[in-house]
Design a binder for this molecule. Structure first.
Ligand SMILES: Cc1cc2nc3c(=O)[nH]c(=O)nc-3n(C[C@H](O)[C@H](O)[C@H](O)COP(=O)(O)O)c2cc1C
Length: 219
């Protein structure tokens, strides 16, 4: 399945089948989803794949007992991690240098710039918001990878953050934020596409000016 086909086929499936999914498949989806880009490549986000019956039950309660959560054989929780400027990022830099992706010079410059950038975010109280961005990109990748791997997903905003954190064992962590809970499993059938108002949301250079597809673009 191409990326375009996965994008076109994906639907939020609220009646997932109870059919078990092999753990390897969840792991494959998660590993590919983690290929998502992240700010400074700091990878300040995690996924918790919840299949344990007790944790799953607590999570279902955290969603207010939503049918979509209760039906799913697994719930993925996407966790953003506050990227505090003081955190040691040497593992990120060492990996990039050893793979030839970054030169030592680039690494040093980027490390200094990242500390300044993250300190500014911290001063402005934006670490949480930026942690959510990175986690949501992983969640978006996960939806499409799952689709391509024959699974279906249902993203959820309807949950109590404190309860979700408690369920997955991080209720004492102020540096972690829940970005999204997602039901994952097989779908017996896909719901109809509810439609998109794309023509109202794609603009040309300034917000509100309609993008015409006929013009030639150069840079
Ligand atoms: C961030 C986010 C949160 C959502 N939260 C819920 C939710 O709590 N419960 C639910 O039933 N659907 C939820 N949805 C699913 C949307 O209702 C759904 O994506 C939308 O209707 C478009 O349908 P489609 O995903 O099939 O294209 C959520 C979707 C997104 C992207």
């Amino acid at each position: 399945m191409s990326v375009a086909e996965a994008v076109a086929a994906r639907r939020s499936v609220r009646d997932l089948s109870a059919r078990p999914v092999p753990a390897e498949l969840f792991h494959r989806v998660a590993t590919l989803a983690m290929e998502a880009p992240s700010s400074w490549n700091h990878q300040s986000r995690s996924m918790v794949i919840v299949t344990d019956p007790t944790v799953r039950e607590d999570l279902i309660q955290a969603t207010g007992g939503q049918r979509v959560a209760a039906a799913a054989p697994a719930l993925f929780v996407f966790v953003g991690e506050f990227d505090d400027p003081k955190l040691d990022r040497s593992a990120v830099h060492d990996a990039a240098i050893s793979r030839g992706a970054w030169t030592p010079d680039y690494s040093r410059g980027s490390a200094r710039a990242a500390v300044r950038f993250q300190q500014d975010l911290k001063d402005r109280g934006l670490l949480r918001e930026y942690a959510v961005k990175d986690a949501m990109i992983v969640a978006s990748f996960a939806m499409l990878v799952a689709q391509a791997e024959g699974l279906a997903t249902a993203p959820m905003n309807g949950w109590d953050e404190e309860q979700v954190k408690k369920a997955i064992g991080i209720d004492d962590r102020d540096d972690l934020v829940i970005a999204l809970v997602m039901a994952v499993g097989y779908a017996d059938q896909l719901p109809a596409h509810p439609g998109r108002l794309s023509h109202q949301h794609i603009f040309d250079s300034t917000y509100g000016r309609r993008f015409g597809v006929s013009k030639h673009i150069e840079n």
